[in-house]
Ligand binder design. Structure first.
Ligand code: NAP
Length: 513
């Protein structure tokens, strides 16, 4: 009889934990594992440096729209932020520095793109496959792939026929000089409102194709001077108190988004006055004034967007796009807008977060298919029934319209560590969230989402999938998420003990091969 123990997977996978990605999520997860002395982990990164979205997005003007004191790890304050809302290079450098400081870099394998993750029922292990055909096994997998990492290109007829230069905001080609060029920009979301003011300074013309006007508010940004940086560094509690202040100020916004959407009208009045202040032309003002409730789509912050739109070399085109030709963009009124370049500021596949990555769980269940059918669902945005020991950071319904994602990421990392520690303490090999627990959680979530401005504000947004389900946002105060993830409830999970798994494998050794 074949001994199951001769099969290397039975006794020991390649790694106890595989973490995917090196953005705030993956690096934060690596740091938590190291702090807990759980050193048997690897972080797989498809690129050759760390940074996640802050490595991939480097378009002109790229900066965070959440204050840096809060958009950073709670355990690693940076006294040297140069501005309240830091530019991308500083955030990227912060992630790189933090990864190095906490000794995570030796755990990273760069240039490893994963194509799939498959749960081997008999072995209770995950078998990951890479684009180069390698197989890596692990007991637990933590995805830090991010919700906004796969560029979305619009499905416009003739898109491939354009003969000029094209790129997506995430794949900015800095070698292409826009000076003196006529440039079409498609999209007016969070990315476009940051790069349009920059390119408008040098391009001969910017033809900005707007499908839906965003609500834009002033960004309370300012430089942080040397004195204040010194205070951050040397006065105990100074920076932490500031962080707390920002946290509670942003948290108060939940009142408008979720609890009393009628409060949004005050904000809307401010936003209308902001448009009036910077856009004098009534026709342009009408074009850029949204026709849905503020907050339904992400509220954008900018101190130079409206000013850029008012420039003589910028056209805001609201007529729909019919097709793209060799020369440029044809609108539904038949006008061809000839351009040298088309830049897609068309966002990411947020509701289709697994696209390009196949995940199969217990009994071969396909997570892509399930999420397409039922909408992306998880328990606490982190675990999914039928997919034991698979954890998502920034998973379904953990996104925010009002505060820092780093808070959510840290809460989830804490929860994953709770799970790993629980398994170790109780001799569990793997744990699978109970279907009824997940269903109950999502039922309550859907109830809360029903009343929000995101679902009722009269807009279409990437917050909702093609069936109108809001699978991206957390509809509550973030501290409630923090509380919910602070402790793991063992009763929420079906656990398989390592001893039981070994006994099962011993009884059916061939199945283990
Ligand atoms: P986005 O907010 O999803 O905006 C995409 C834009 O493209 C929208 O204006 C959309 O119009 C337009 N669009 C899409 N398909 C189109 C089509 N077929 N024809 C015409 N227009 C089309 O994407 P994003 O600006 O890249 O931002 C995505 C998210 O990234 C943000 O919401 C935010 O969470 C994050 N982000 C964060 C920061 C930060 O500072 N933290 C900065 C940038 C981005 P519709 O509105 O009509 O759909």
């Amino acid at each position: 009889m074949t001994s199951p123990l001769r099969h290397p997977l039975v006794t020991k996978p390649d790694h106890d934990v595989v973490v995917i990605g090196t953005g705030f999520s993956g690096i934060g997860m690596g740091i938590a594992l190291k702090k807990a002395g759980m050193d048997d982990f690897v972080i797989l990164e498809k690129a050759d440096t760390v940074g996640g979205t802050w490595r991939d997005n480097h378009y002109p003007g790229c900066a965070c729209d959440v204050q840096s004191h809060l958009y950073s790890y709670s355990f690693e304050p940076n006294p040297d932020w140069s501005r309240m809302y830091s530019p991308q290079p500083e955030i990227r450098a912060y992630i790189e520095r933090t990864a190095k400081k906490y000794g995570v870099l030796p755990h990273i394998r760069f240039g490893v793109a994963l194509t799939g993750a498959h749960f081997e029922d008999d072995l209770g292990l995950w078998r990951l496959t890479t684009a180069k055909g390698e197989t890596i096994t692990a007991r637990a997998v933590v995805s830090g792939m991010g919700a906004l990492s796969i560029p979305a290109y619009p499905n416009i007829e003739g898109r491939e026929s354009f003969k000029g230069k094209t790129f997506h905001s995430q794949d900015w080609d800095h070698d292409y000089d826009l000076a003196g060029k006529t440039v079409a920009v498609i999209g007016t979301g969070a990315s476009a409102i940051q790069f349009v003011p920059q390119i408008a300074k040098t391009a001969a013309r910017v033809e900005l194709f707007q499908r839906t006007a965003p609500w834009v508010m002033p960004k309370p940004d300012r430089a942080i001077g040397t004195l204040e940086r010194a205070a951050n560094r040397y006065i105990p509690g100074f920076q932490r108190s500031f962080r707390e202040l920002i946290y509670w100020y942003l948290e108060a916004r939940v009142l408008g988004f979720v609890i009393r959407p009628s409060l949004m009208s005050k904000l809307e009045g401010m936003a209308r006055r902001y448009i009036a202040k910077h856009i004098k032309d009534p026709e342009l003002r009408a074009k850029v004034t949204p026709d849905y409730t503020i907050g339904c789509k992400r509220i954008l912050l900018s101190n130079d967007y409206y000013q850029a739109l008012a420039r003589p070399n910028v056209d805001v085109i609201t007529t729909g796009i019919a097709r793209i030709t060799e020369k440029g963009v044809v609108t539904t009124d038949g006008v061809e807008h000839a351009v040298d370049a088309i830049i897609y500021g068309t966002g990411f596949k947020a509701t289709d977060m697994l696209s390009g990555f196949s995940i199969t769980g217990v009994g071969g269940a396909d997570l892509n298919a399930r999420w397409k059918e039922d909408g992306a669902q998880a328990y606490l945005g982190t675990t999914t029934t039928g997919f034991p020991n698979l954890y998502f950071l920034m998973g379904p319904n953990t996104g925010l319209g009002h505060s820092s994602m780093v808070y959510m990421i840290e809460s989830q990392i804490h929860y994953v560590m709770e799970a790993l520690k629980l398994m170790k303490a109780r001799g569990y090999h793997h744990m699978d969230v109970k279907p009824e627990v997940q269903a109950d959680f999502n039922r309550k979530l859907a109830g809360k989402l029903d009343g929000t401005v995101w679902n009722n504000g009269g807009c279409l947004s990437w917050y909702r999938d093609d069936k109108g389900r809001n699978v991206t946002l957390w509809p509550d105060f973030t501290f409630r998420f923090g509380h919910a993830t602070a402790k793991i409830n063992a009763a929420d999970y079906v656990a398989t003990k390592t001893a039981d798994l070994a006994a099962r494998q011993k009884a059916a050794p061939l199945a283990a091969e």
